[in-house]
Write a protein of this length. Sequence first.
Length: 220
Amino acid sequence: MCMHLPDDLLLLSIRHRERLSFWQRWHLTRCIRCQEQQQTLGQALDADLPEFYAAPPWSDVAPRVASPAPRLKIAWAVPILLALAVLVAWPKLVWRNAPLAPTALSTLLAAPSATLRPTTPIVHGRVSVRANRAAGWMLLQYRNVTPLRRGLVYEVWWIVGDRHIRAGVFDIHHAEADLWLHTPVRVAGATAVGITIEPAPGVSHPTGLRTFFASLPPTP
């Protein structure tokens, strides 16, 4: 072994271009014995431990992210669809025969309200309506209205000019109630709402006693 570079590790570090002193580099370029020893050590190391010097392909070591299973997407979709259904149909969970949310909200927030006054002394109570004439929906609320004998009902009418368009019927089963009534016929021009007493289950034209009445404000 050469006295100037006696360490095999130093020879290997020189082979892999580690930082050397000027005199070490100068000696290695001129010493045949050190060059031969360095070559021998390098060949042995490359033959026994090649994996230390040859990095594997990146595709073999890069993390692989598995795609989510389809059932996970379905599991998220189900509660979202249920939430949307509840958002649209919540009025039907609160009131019987109510419209879907867009019409219910427009009726509750924007439709004009009117309180009907009794037109005969034989009935009493309070009746009010929110009239969504554009959609043909009416939210009717009654409180402490006189019950009728068996076989009779209160029938509600949209009044359009000199015409009466049937809105629906109701009977008094409780002291107070909120009722949604729908008319598929166009009633955008209705100017008033009236209630009569008719034989059950109601008639197509008013024939009985007029009990409540209210004018509706003009449509904008």
